[in-house]
Each structure stands twice: as structure tokens, then as C-alpha cells.
Design a protein around this ligand. Structure first.
Ligand SMILES: [Zn+2]
Ligand SMILES: [Zn+2]
Length: 276
């Protein structure tokens, strides 16, 4: 199967607020998103379609046609207040998870028979997105950063072998990185909050863990790396093992950038990488 993706952009405002909750409860769950007059985002939508290739055109569908269909759908959302100006968020909140599912319904219904909507990924911000593929589960992801020093040095190897394998990364005085980790969770969308996971709780859980690494020397100050090399591979497995039990079965995928050029993914001992 060939998958074809086209990117779209639109700008909208919205507000998270439940009238049936107290102001305190709204504030606790939705934080700054409760702001009275709304706030806004530049949304980025990646639309992925699949289907048999037309032997004459060599395409699943004409991308110009896809562009026209999706832009027509987005007309209703672009430069609008999602709660006030669209009919979709009268009984559910305009969270990224709910919005991606609304867009799925609208776009899927308009595609020609030869194309099938395979995936929608909606970025509310560069570090926050939701993804939907028509199944029960919706994926939500958020990226976090931490900065740490380390030295690649395996206790099981001789000094000479360590120098040969790790090169510059074996510098005895260490070096460091700004790490970014993208945490993907999956599950049904909570009808009350419009979220796969309580975002405030997710932030707190991930931050608590990352704060133990942030502005530290991984090998010298984090017990987990005292006797195993602090490779990004070991770090991403460590983060998985720590986060999975704290996220109540919702953790689906981790993606760790050690630098902008080195990226590592892990989805647990039995999980498959997304390769996206
Ligand atoms: Zn927002
Ligand atoms: Zn390094």
C-alpha cells in the first residue's frame, strides 16, 4: 500500500470550560485553557490517504483534488472560534483529540471511492498533537525537554575498547545534550474532558521523572546509569520502564532526540515502532 500525506494549516481559537463544573475544577483540569475569551493556535493537519494506484495516473487520487476537499472542510474552522462558530463543540470540548475526530468524519465522508483516509495527525502546537486512524483509540502526544551531561563508557569494556567504540563521546570529562522526548499515549477519549489522558497529570508525571535527569550528569547522578552506558537507547528504555506503570496502561510510544540528527524510538518490549 502506498500512503500519501498532504499538510494543511488553519488558525482557530477555542476555550476549555465545563458549565457543570465549578470554576476550581475547570481550573484544575484545564489550567490556562479556561481563559475567558479563548486563546488560539496555528493548527497543522497532516492528511494521509491510501488506496490502489490508478495505473493510468500512478496516483491514489489527485492531490489537487484532495487539497480542494480538505480546504473546503477547513473553511469552517479557519479563523473561527471553535466553540462559538462551529456546531461541533456544543456538547464536547474542542480538544485536539476531539477536533481530530471531527475532522476525520468530515474529510472521510468527502473522499472519492478510490481513496481511503488512513490517518490524520493534528498539531495544536509543534510539541502537542493528536492522531486518529478511524479506530476506537485516539493517540495524543506531547514533547518535553531535558538537558543533561553524560559520558559513553561501558564498564564491561576496556578503556581502549571504550575509546574505540564511543570515540569523542568517551571523553572522561563528559559532554551534554538538550534531549527532547515525545510521549505518545493512547486510549478512548474521556467524554467529560475530551482528552485521552488528563493533560495536567501527564505533564506532572513526565516532568517529575525528567526533573531527576534535568541539569544532571546522567552517569554520576542517576542510579540507573551507574552501571550501564547512558546511550540514548538505554535512556529511552529507562524512560519507558519508569513511565509505563505511572501512565495506567496508556503509554504507546516514546521518541527521544539526543540531537537533532539522532532519534531513538521505543514502544515497549513487544511494541513496534511507528516509523513515521
Ligand atoms: Zn488551546
Ligand atoms: Zn552524548
Amino acid at each position: 500500500m502506498v500512503y500519501a500525506t498532504r499538510r494543511f494549516e488553519f488558525s482557530s481559537s477555542h476555550r476549555y470550560w465545563r458549565d457543570d463544573w465549578s470554576p476550581e475544577e475547570n481550573e484544575r483540569v484545564f489550567g490556562k485553557c479556561t481563559s475567558r475569551y479563548g486563546h488560539g493556535h496555528n493548527y497543522t493537519l497532516d492528511v494521509t490517504i491510501t488506496g490502489a494506484l490508478d495505473p493510468r495516473t500512478g496516483m491514489v487520487m489527485n492531490m489537487t483534488e484532495l487539497k480542494a476537499i480538505v480546504n473546503q472542510v477547513l473553511e469552517e474552522f479557519d479563523h473561527k472560534h471553535l466553540n462559538e462558530d462551529t456546531p461541533y463543540f456544543k456538547t464536547q470540548l474542542p480538544t485536539t483529540e476531539n477536533l481530530v475526530r471531527v475532522l476525520w468524519r468530515l474529510i472521510a465522508a468527502r473522499l472519492p471511492a478510490e481513496a481511503r483516509l488512513a490517518r490524520l495527525r493534528l498539531y495544536e502546537m509543534a510539541d502537542l498533537w493528536a492522531e486518529y486512524d478511524g479506530a476506537d483509540e485516539t493517540t495524543f502526544a506531547r514533547a518535553y525537554t531535558f538537558s543533561a551531561a553524560h559520558r559513553l563508557h561501558a564498564p564491561a569494556l576496556s578503556d581502549e575498547e571504550n575509546r574505540a567504540i564511543y570515540g569523542k563521546c568517551n571523553n572522561p570529562n563528559g559532554h551534554g545534550h538538550n534531549y527532547t522526548v515525545e510521549v505518545s499515549v493512547g486510549g478512548p477519549v474521556d467524554p467529560e474532558t475530551g482528552m485521552v489522558i488528563d493533560l495536567t497529570a501527564l505533564d506532572r508525571t513526565v516532568r517529575e521523572l525528567l526533573d531527576q535527569l534535568d541539569f544532571r550528569h546522567l552517569d554520576r547522578e542517576v542510579a540507573a546509569f551507574a552501571d550501564q552506558p547512558s546511550t540514548a537507547e538505554n535512556i529511552v528504555v529507562y524512560l519507558w520502564n519508569e513511565l509505563a506503570p505511572r501512565l495506567e496502561g496508556r503509554l504507546r510510544h516514546l521518541k527521544l532526540w539526543e540531537t537533532r540528527k539522532n532519534v531513538f524510538e521505543y514502544a515497549g518490549p513487544t511494541g513496534a515502532s511507528e516509523h513515521r
